[in-house]
Design a protein around this ligand. Structure first.
Ligand SMILES: *Cc1c(COP(=O)(O)O)cnc(C)c1O
Length: 416
């Protein structure tokens, strides 16, 4: 037997073992998906969703019943008083920034509970980039509470929240940070600590990448407002663009007046292509999130067997759709991305190469072949070319695809 045959057999065995290892976790994801599907179907029924709600409108979009019903459904699913769900949000960052700009004024103070926030949010706040109109330029004071052993430092958070703290940003997903994603129980604890120090402080959850990984959402455990992207979890891989904001009526209304114009609020906004893909995407979302969770757990199992360090570890609770794997060498990192790319539904014939990205110190390599541009609910991987050569693997609409792609990536890594 030559080397390539023996390693091929080994990989097949590893795949089989990994699938066995994942069985319990997969069964858990199925139960979560059933509960969330139940929530969504109940919301559709109570809002009397019908095919005429799928139709788009033109111009101002007054009395757009599709838009209004979509927002009622989101409010229902997220257990919020009110929702703003708009294709006019260009990205998750836009929705998050709109909330911050609506709620924070000159002289207010904001606190980040989980250390430095997601990259694009750093620019919104004014920590990087010096972008016009950022929060610090507008006179908003900023503090962040560093994480401790990858978790929220509740004592430091309690010390950071005072009478002037208007808002605390709580980021559920780990993003590109070295920490764990927040579970719903942890979000609940964080909110309790904040409210004990100042009941007026707004608890704002960046829910990007966390939706439907659990049976509860942030508003259910005391968050005042939360936002996320529709080209991630809540769009089910089907929504073509947009974001949502959910929460207390006054806060969501203020956000709407910031998105449109003071005085216009949420009563305007047409979308001519119609709303079917947003409703259908929400319907698909719990299942798709379950598929993406399978991809992360399966990758953890395969690469654990191959002897690589990865996070989150096998069998642990997952609250976002990101898996990191320390590949150790540049060749292994590039091999991983090449292998994954070869099994992408779009651009599967393309070989990814590392490139410079504005704002990043090291070259980045990425594998992505998504139907929706930039969609990270679809399977993708990326990582900076620096030690320990960690790849960030995320998303995956269909586990059959993710399984093939992860095994393809593993084969390429072993070749190196
Ligand atoms: C994706 C994401 C965002 C927003 O990113 P966009 O690309 O603007 O949609 C913000 N925070 C976190 C944690 C995210 O994962």
């Amino acid at each position: 037997m030559n080397d390539s045959q023996s390693s091929a057999i080994t990989l097949k065995e590893i795949e089989t073992q990994a699938l066995l290892t994942c069985r319990e976790a997969f069964a858990r994801y199925d139960e979560v998906a059933v509960k969330n599907t139940e929530k969504i179907l109940t919301a559709f029924r109570e809002c009397q969703l019908s095919a005429f709600h799928f139709q788009g409108t033109t111009g101002y979009g007054y009395d757009d019943v599709g838009r209004e019903t979509l927002e009622k459904v989101f409010a229902h699913v997220f257990r919020a008083e009110k929702a703003l769900v708009r294709p006019h949000f260009v990205s998750g960052t836009h929705a998050l920034a709109t909330v911050l700009l609506a709620l924070l004024n000159h002289g207010d103070e904001m606190v980040c509970a989980m250390g430095t926030p997601y990259d694009t949010m750093q620019t919104v706040i004014g920590l990087t980039g010096n972008a016009p109109g950022n929060l610090q330029e507008r006179g908003v004071a900023y503090h962040e509470v560093a994480t401790k052993d990858g978790r929220c430092d509740l004592t430091a958070l309690a010390n950071a929240v005072g009478p002037k703290t208007r808002l605390v940003l709580i980021q559920r997903s780990r993003g590109y940070a070295e920490r764990k994603a927040l579970t719903i129980t942890e979000i609940e604890e964080i909110i309790r600590v904040i409210k004990a120090k100042n009941p007026q402080t707004i608890c704002f959850v960046d829910n990007c990448y966390g939706e439907f990984t659990a049976t509860q959402e942030p508003i259910e455990v005391g968050a005042d407002i939360a936002a996320g992207s529709l080209i991630k979890n809540a769009g089910g891989g089907i929504a073509p663009t947009g974001s949502y904001v959910v929460g207390c009526t006054d806060l969501v209304e203020a956000t709407a007046h910031q998105l449109t114009a003071p005085g216009l609020g949420d009563e305007m906004g047409s979308y001519t292509p119609g709303y079917r893909l947003f409703f259908e995407g929400l319907f698909m979302a719990p299942h798709v999130v379950g598929q993406a969770l399978r991809a992360t757990e399966f990758a953890a199992a395969v690469f654990h067997r191959l002897g690589f360090k990865s996070e989150p570890q096998l069998g642990t609770e997952r609250s976002d759709l990101i898996q990191t794997i320390e590949l150790g060498t540049e060749k292994a990192l590039c091999g991983f991305c090449e292998g994954l790319q070869a099994w992408s539904p779009v651009d599967g014939y393309v070989r990814p190469v590392p490139g410079e990205l504005p704002g990043y110190a090291d070259p980045i390599i990425m594998a992505c072949g998504a139907f929706t541009q930039g969609s990270s609910i679809e399977l993708s991987a990326d990582g900076p070319l620096r030690a320990p050569y960690t790849v960030y693997l995320q998303g995956g609409l269909v586990f059959e695809h993710s399984r093939l792609a992860i095994m393809g990536a593993a084969a390429k890594v072993l070749e190196q």
